[in-house]
Ligand binder design. Structure first.
Ligand SMILES: *Cc1c(COP(=O)(O)O)cnc(C)c1O
Length: 463
C-alpha cells in the first residue's frame, strides 16, 4: 500500500518531467533562430547564481524554472545550425531523446550486472563504430569522456603491450626501471596527444617530433628509425586544416619494425565512412589503436569519446581491475576497457544516434558538412580573402589580412551573433577557423553566416 508521501512524490515527479520537457522543447524550438553567442545581459545575469548554499529545500519545479530562465539564455547555441567553433558537433534528435530516457534510467555502466542494457548497447554500438570506421572487427574498445581520454587509454595500452613484449609488466611494476620506449609525434599533433603522453608517464617533451608539411601532415620520409620499442602517434584530421597524415606509408614502416601506431582521429576518422574521402583516409585501418569522438562529427552529444584497440587482451590487461566483489561475467564488461569504473551509460545515445542515422545517414552528414565548408571557402575567395588551407574535409581557415584585422573580424562576428567562429594561428598566420560539424547546418545557415562575416569584414578594413 502506497503511503500519502509516496503518492505525492509520484504526482510531483510527473509534473516536474512535463515541466522540464516543455522547457526543453521551447529551447529546441528557438535555438535555430536565436543569437549564437549568449547576450552580455544573459552572461551578466549568471551572477544571480552566486547565492549561498540553501539551508532548506526548494520546490523542484522552481529549481527547474530558474535553471531554464537563467541557464538557457546563457548557453552557446551549439545545437543550432550556425555554430562553427572548435570542432563541436550538434546533437541528432534521437540522441537527445535517448538521453532523456537514459537519465530516467540512471544506469551505472561499469558492469553488466549493474546494467544489462548499458553493457549491451555499448557492445552493439562499438561493433557498429568499427564497421563505420572500417576498422578490423576483432577490435575492442571503451567508451570514455573525450578524445583526450581516448588517447590516454590507447597510449597506456600501447605502453603495456610494448613493455610486455620486452618482458616487463608495467601494470604491476610501473615505469621506473622499465626498458625505455620512444614516442614519435608529428609537428602538428593535437595538444591532447601531448597531455595524454604526460599522463601516461612518457612526458610531453620526451618525444621525437617529425616535421610536417604546409597542411600539417607528418612527412613520412622524415620518420626517425623505428623499433619494437616505438609508439608512433599519427593523426586523421588536423584540428585546424582537416589534413590526414600519410597513414599507409607510416603504418607500413612501423609494421616492418614492430612499432605501435596510434591514431588520433578525434573527428577526421569519421570521413572513412564516405567513399569520396577514401583517398585521404587510406591506411588508417593498419594502425594498432585509435581515439575518436562521437560528440564531434557524428553529433551524438556530450560526452562521447571512444578508445579502440586491435589487441583487446592488451586493453583489458591495462584497464581491468580485480576485486572479490567485482567478479566479471563471461561477457564483455565495460569497466575492464576504460580508466573509469562507475559512469553513465554512454552507449545509449551512441546507439540511438547510429541507429537513427544508419550508415547512409552518417555518410550524408559527413558529406553535407564538407560541402558546406567548400561553400564557405568559395565565398571567401570570391570576396578576395585568403583561404589558408586545402579544404579537404569540414575545416576552413581564412585570413582577412593583417593579424589584428582578422582578430577584430572574429571578435565582431562573435559579438554580432549570427554565427560563431573561433580563431587560431596556423603556421604563424592568424586565421578565423570554421568547422562545419553539425547535422543541423543548412545551406541557408551557411549563406546567412557567410553574408554576416563578409559584411563585418568589409566594415573593419582600416584597423
Ligand atoms: C578535438 C580533438 C581532440 C580533443 O578532443 P576532446 O574530446 O576535447 O578531448 C584531440 N585530437 C584532435 C585531432 C581533435 O580534433
Amino acid at each position: 500500500m502506497a503511503n500519502q508521501e509516496g503518492i505525492g512524490a509520484q504526482v510531483q515527479i510527473n509534473d516536474l518531467l512535463i515541466l522540464a520537457a516543455e522547457r526543453a522543447r521551447g529551447y529546441v524550438r528557438d535555438v535555430a533562430e536565436r543569437r549564437v553567442e549568449p547576450s552580455k545581459a544573459a552572461v551578466t545575469a549568471l551572477a544571480e547564481l552566486q547565492e549561498s548554499f540553501p539551508q532548506s529545500p526548494n520546490d523542484p519545479g522552481e529549481v527547474i524554472a530558474k535553471l531554464d530562465q537563467i541557464g538557457s539564455a546563457a548557453t552557446v547555441a551549439t545545437t543550432g545550425g550556425r555554430y562553427f567553433g572548435f570542432v563541436n558537433g550538434g546533437m541528432v534528435p534521437a540522441a537527445l531523446a535517448a538521453n532523456w530516457l537514459a537519465a530516467a534510467w540512471n544506469q551505472n555502466a561499469a558492469l553488466r550486472v549493474m546494467s544489462p542494457i548499458g553493457a549491451e548497447l555499448e557492445e552493439v554500438a562499438l561493433r557498429w563504430v568499427c564497421e563505420a570506421l572500417g576498422l578490423p572487427p576483432e577490435c575492442e574498445g571503451g567508451l570514455v569522456t573525450c578524445a583526450t581520454m581516448a588517447n590516454f587509454t590507447a597510449l597506456v595500452t600501447a605502453r603495456h603491450a610494448l613493455l610486455a613484449r620486452a618482458g616487463w609488466d608495467v601494470t604491476a611494476d610501473g615505469m621506473f626501471g622499465a626498458p625505455p620506449l620512444d614516442v614519435v609525434v608529428g609537428a602538428e599533433a593535437h595538444a591532447s596527444i601531448l597531455k595524454a603522453l604526460s599522463l601516461a608517464g612518457f612526458g610531453s617533451k620526451r618525444v621525437t617530433i617529425v616535421e610536417a608539411d604546409g597542411q600539417g601532415r607528418m612527412r613520412a620520409n622524415k620518420l626517425p628509425p623505428l623499433s619494437e620499442r616505438t609508439i608512433v602517434c599519427i593523426q586523421a584530421g588536423n584540428v585546424n586544416t582537416g589534413a590526414f597524415d600519410p597513414a599507409a606509408e607510416i603504418c607500413k614502416a612501423a609494421k616492418e619494425q614492430g612499432a605501435w601506431v596510434h591514431v588520433d582521429g578525434a573527428f577526421g576518422l569519421w570521413a572513412r565512412i564516405s567513399r569520396k574521402y577514401e583517398h585521404l583516409t587510406r591506411g588508417f585501418d593498419q594502425a594498432d589503436s585509435w581515439a575518436t569522438d562521437a560528440h564531434k562529427w557524428p553529433n551524438v552529444g556530450y560526452d562521447s569519446g571512444l578508445a579502440i584497440v586491435r589487441d583487446g587482451t592488451a586493453l583489458r590487461a591495462s584497464m581491468g581491475i580485480t576485486a572479490a566483489y567485482l567478479e566479471a561475467g563471461s561477457r564483455r564488461e565495460p569497466m575492464h576497457h576504460t580508466p573509469e569504473a562507475s559512469r553513465r551509460a554512454r552507449g545509449v545515445e551512441l546507439w540511438a544516434a547510429l541507429k537513427s542515422l544508419g550508415k547512409s545517414g552518417l555518410c550524408s552528414l559527413i558529406e553535407r558538412t564538407c560541402a558546406h565548408a567548400q561553400r564557405f571557402a568559395a565565398g571567401f575567395r570570391e570576396a578576395g580573402f585568403t583561404v589558408l588551407n586545402d579544404v579537404v574535409i569540414n575545416q576552413v581557415l581564412v585570413s582577412f589580412g593583417r593579424p589584428e584585422v582578422t582578430r577584430e573580424v572574429i571578435r565582431r562576428v562573435q559579438e554580432e551573433g549570427t554565427c560563431w567562429c573561433g580563431g587560431t594561428v596556423w603556421q604563424e598566420k592568424t586565421a578565423m577557423r570554421i568547422s562545419v560539424s553539425s547535422w543541423a547546418t543548412t545551406e541557408t545557415d551557411v549563406e546567412h553566416s557567410l553574408r554576416a562575416i563578409l559584411r563585418i569584414a568589409s566594415e573593419c578594413p582600416a584597423i
